[in-house]
Design a protein around this ligand. Structure first.
Ligand code: NAP
Length: 320
């Protein structure tokens, strides 16, 4: 192992990670970003790499593509000499100082401060047609707040899959644009909180298709419909839709942290103090979707990335 000790190691390369890098680099902390090795479901740049148009990030009046946006974030971080390694961090030891992190390439890295910004993955159904049409911007998405306002979905019949609060929220959001919203749920009872259920059930634009799962997403270039399977009778049917939003939950990327920092029951990083990004381990900070199961927006992730870098800088200035 080399004797070199990093001031600031940033794990993850979404809006939170790159913003932490920009702030850390401009504070002369010489940060190093482990941007992730890439897999089928997650690539460097995070969830925005799967988003076609970002229209709600302030400063881009005409919108910007998700991929283009993340490349700009990275470019800005590198302009201030951020170092970038295309590897995952697969193991950590926060019980020793400096901290020890191990990369997927088998390298050991020692760090005085760490910002965890590994994000969360939207859960997908894993049925034929879904991934292809999500990646091509063909009308399948896991985020109505991100994509639902696009002209593509206006005046169409839109399917929302799931029975939790996210599904109710996405369905209600889509009533602003869709001609009708079909909520497809695998049981005949919702998991969502009573208030969200009441709101969705009261909407004239929302129709519930109970005891149904999606067996296939239909359409070549763009979605044309979905094939449903009844979970009670097994019967299959097809319905025409102009869009599908999958709202069946998210999984934070925290497996490598288990047992090393406090996580909430749902796996997200627990932050002990409101308006601070420090975890229960002094010197380890968390930013973006990995600690946020509530807002999950690029702009809020970037904001917390800034906070984490400023806190790391202060921690180091106080001899941490
Ligand atoms: P969730 O509560 O875990 O609900 C996931 C839903 O998706 C469940 O109805 C589940 O069905 C369904 N589902 C899961 N896997 C599926 C599959 N493979 N195929 C079909 N359906 C599937 O997740 P969430 O709605 O994202 O909410 C997560 C947390 O955030 C919750 O604590 C929620 O209260 C909170 N939240 C709050 C708000 C709000 O208050 N405004 C908004 C969003 C989220 P089953 O019910 O059959 O398991």
């Amino acid at each position: 192992m080399s004797d070199h000790i990093e001031n600031l190691v940033i794990v993850g390369s979404g809006p939170a990670g790159w913003t932490a890098a920009i702030y850390g680099a401009r504070a002369n902390l010489n940060p190093i970003v482990y941007e992730g090795a890439g897999s089928r479901t997650m690539i460097p740049g995070g969830q925005l790499m799967f988003t076609t148009d970002v229209e709600n990030y302030p400063g881009f009046a005409d919108g910007i593509g998700g991929i283009e946006m993340m490349l700009e974030f990275k470019k800005q971080a590198m302009r201030f000499d951020t170092r970038v390694v295309t590897d995952d961090i697969v193991e950590v030891d926060f019980s020793i100082r400096p901290f020890l992190l191990r990369t997927s390439g088998g390298e050991d890295v020692r760090a005085r401060t760490v910002v965890i910004a590994t994000g969360a993955n939207a859960r997908w159904l894993g049925v034929p047609g879904e991934e292809r049409l999500a990646q091509s911007g063909g009308g399948v998405s896991a985020c109505a707040v991100c994509d639902g306002a696009l002209p593509f979905f206006r005046g169409r019949v839109i399917a929302v899959v799931g029975g939790g609060d996210s599904a109710m929220e996405e369905a209600l959001y889509m009533t602003k644009f869709a001609s009708e919203v079909l909520v497809i749920h695998r049981r005949d009872e919702l998991r969502a909180s009573q208030i969200m259920q009441d709101r969705a059930l009261a909407s004239e634009k929302i129709r519930f298709l109970w005891n149904k799962t999606v067996a296939e997403v239909l359409g070549d270039e763009v979605i044309s419909g979905i094939r449903l399977r009844d979970t009670v009778t097994g019967e299959e049917s097809e319905i025409a839709v102009g869009g599908m939003f999958v709202a069946i939950g998210h999984d934070p990327n925290t497996a490598f942290l288990r047992g090393h920092i406090d996580l909430k029951e749902n796996g997200y990083v627990r932050l002990p103090t409101a308006w601070r990004t420090e975890t229960n381990v002094p010197g380890v900070f968390a930013a973006g979707d990995v600690m946020d199961d509530y807002y999950r927006q690029a702009v809020s992730a970037a904001g917390t990335g800034c906070m984490a870098a400023l806190e790391a800088e202060r921690f180091l200035a106080h001899g941490g």
